[in-house]
Write a protein that binds this ligand. Structure first.
Ligand code: ADP
Length: 243
C-alpha cells in the first residue's frame, strides 16, 4: 500500500513574484488529486516542488512518515519514491521504448532477465508490446506518451505526478489516453497528483479537484462539490467553462 502525501504551507517566489502562497493539502493513499488552474496559476511550480526539481522557500512536503522537504532539508528527486509524466514526454531519443522504460529500473538490483520481464509486462499493459524496439521518432505522440507512462509505472513508485500529459495530443487521443492513465494509475495503487488547465479533464479524472488561483489553493473537494458549490466567483467562472 502506498502513503499519504501531505503539503503544508508551501511557498515559492521568483524574485518579487509570489508564485505559491502557503499552499496546503493532503492526498489520501491511492487517491487521485487533480490540480486545476489557468496558465500562470502556479501548477507547474507546485508539481516541480513535489518532485524535488524545484526548491520551495517555505513549507513542508511529506509522503507517509518521510519528510521530502522542509525549511532545513530537501530530498533529491530520485530519493522520493515518485515518477513523473511530462507534457513533452521527455524520452531519450537514442533509446528504444524498452530502453527508455528499463532506464527507470537502472538503480534496482535486478537481474537482466527480471528487468526485461518487467519492461515487457508494463509495455504490454500500455498496449505497446509490439513496439518495444522502436525509437521515439518511430512512434506517434500518443505512443510516446504511453512509453512515458510505462517508464513511470515500471518501478512501482508510491507517488505518480502528471504534468499536463495530454496537452500535446489531439482530442480523440486525449480521451483514450485519459482513460488509460486513470485505469493504470488506479490499478497501480499509487497516490497521484495531476495538473491541468482543462476543466473537463480534471472533472473526468479526479477523486478530488483542487483549484489554484494566483498561487493560492482556493478550493479543494470532490468534482461534484467543486462544480456545484464553487467556493469563490473565480472558481464558478473557471469551472463553469466545462459545461
Ligand atoms: P502554470 O503551470 O499554472 O502555468 P507556473 O507554475 O508555470 O504556472 O508559473 C507560475 C508563475 O511563475 C508565472 O507567472 C510564471 O511566469 C512564473 N515562473 C515560473 N517559473 C519561473 C522561473 N523559473 N523564473 C521566474 N518566474 C517563473
Amino acid at each position: 500500500m502506498t502513503d499519504q502525501l501531505a503539503v503544508e504551507r508551501l511557498s515559492k517566489s521568483f524574485g518579487p513574484t509570489r508564485v505559491l502562497d502557503e499552499v496546503s493539502f493532503s492526498v489520501a493513499p491511492g487517491r487521485f488529486l487533480v490540480l486545476l488552474g489557468p496558465s500562470g496559476s502556479g501548477k507547474t511550480t507546485l508539481l516541480r516542488c513535489l518532485a524535488g526539481i524545484e526548491r520551495s522557500d517555505g513549507g513542508t512536503v511529506s509522503f507517509g512518515t518521510r519528510v521530502l522537504a522542509d525549511g532545513r532539508s530537501h530530498l533529491a528527486p530520485d530519493r522520493r519514491d515518485l515518477a513523473m509524466v511530462f507534457q513533452d514526454y521527455a524520452l531519450w531519443p537514442h533509446m528504444t521504448a524498452a530502453g527508455n522504460t528499463s532506464y527507470a529500473l537502472r538503480r534496482r538490483r535486478l537481474s537482466r532477465a527480471e528487468s526485461d520481464r518487467r519492461v515487457q509486462e508494463v509495455l504490454a499493459r500500455v498496449g505497446l508490446a509490439d513496439h518495444a524496439d522502436r525509437y521515439p521518432h518511430q512512434l506517434s505522440g500518443g505512443q510516446q506518451q504511453r512509453v512515458a507512462l510505462a517508464r513511470a509505472l515500471v518501478a512501482e513508485p508510491g507517488l505518480l505526478l502528471f504534468d499536463e500529459p495530454l496537452s500535446n495530443l489531439d482530442a480523440d487521443l486525449r480521451e483514450r489516453l485519459r482513460v488509460q492513465i486513470s485505469t493504470l494509475t488506479r490499478d497501480s495503487g499509487a497516490t497521484a497528483v495531476y495538473i491541468t488547465h482543462d476543466q473537463s479533464e480534471a472533472f473526468a479524472l479526479a477523486d478530488e479537484v483542487g483549484v489554484l488561483e494566483n498561487g493560492r489553493l482556493v478550493q479543494l473537494g470532490t468534482p461534484e462539490s467543486v462544480y456545484h458549490r464553487p467556493a469563490t466567483p473565480f472558481v464558478a467562472r473557471f469551472t463553469g467553462l466545462a459545461g
